[in-house]
Design a protein around this ligand. Structure first.
Ligand SMILES: CC(C)(COP(=O)(O)OP(=O)(O)OC[C@H]1O[C@@H](n2cnc3c(N)ncnc32)[C@H](O)[C@@H]1OP(=O)(O)O)[C@@H](O)C(=O)NCCC(=O)NCCS
Length: 177
């Protein structure tokens, strides 16, 4: 699932544990969750970054994250979580100070195209909180269409105990080849 693309002045490539310093730096201004998991909310420590990137190691064959890099600075990341040979969930995150510059639109478009054409995945899909206007606009911009709404399907992760957590509806959007 290795990807290495020229991305119009930046590069889009597979992230590995060696990129932990980039993740630490990129998340330093974050106050919410980033791409790789519900925790931590906010900046990643070295330990957080190493654990996250190890969990997303493409050699596991389960999930992989791709970074958008400009001058060795991590601007954004797109994740691919494999369901089976034909289907994968996509997730994305842009560092706060680089948002609303079209970075996610370009990166999600490029990963979607690459996953269909090169990796041979016919269905890519997203889970989006209906309140996440930015994510919904990005999804539409990248050509994803609404498939349905799952009631109380997604965790807010306000509590580590699922029984005490808040659960919200989730929109499923898909891009098929
Ligand atoms: C969602 C996110 C990835 C968008 O990244 P981005 O690089 O800022 O997005 P883009 O600049 O490519 O903009 C894509 C579209 O969203 C719109 N948009 C972006 N941020 C917005 C905001 N805060 N409010 C309203 N619209 C917004 C843009 O105007 C654009 O719409 P258009 O094509 O109709 O003009 C980014 O806000 C983010 O990382 N958020 C936190 C993580 C997250 O929510 N991930 C998704 C979980 S499902």
């Amino acid at each position: 699932m290795d990807l290495d693309l020229d991305h119009g002045g930046s590069c889009l490539r597979t992230l590995t544990v060696q990129d932990a310093p980039l993740v630490v730096e990129a998340t330093s201004g974050e106050t919410a969750r980033a791409l790789w998991g519900a925790r931590p909310r906010g900046p990643y420590s070295w330990r957080d970054a190493l654990a996250a990137l190890a969990d997303w190691d493409p050699r596991g064959g389960r999930q992989v994250s791709y970074g958008v890099l400009e001058d060795a600075r991590l601007l954004a990341a797109v994740g691919l979580m494999i369901d089976d040979r034909q289907s994968a969930e996509v997730a994305y995150w842009v560092r706060p100070e680089e948002r609303r510059r079209g970075i996610a639109s370009r990166a999600v478009g490029a990963v979607t195209d690459w996953a269909h054409r090169t990796a041979g995945i016919s269905r890519l899909w997203l889970e989006v909180n209906p309140d996440n206007v930015a994510s919904l606009r990005l999804a539409h911009r990248a050509g994803y269409h609404l498939e349905g709404r799952l009631p109380a399907h997604c965790r807010s992760w306000s509590d580590d105990d699922p029984a005490h957590d808040e659960w919200h509806d989730c929109l499923i959007l898909a891009h098929t080849r």
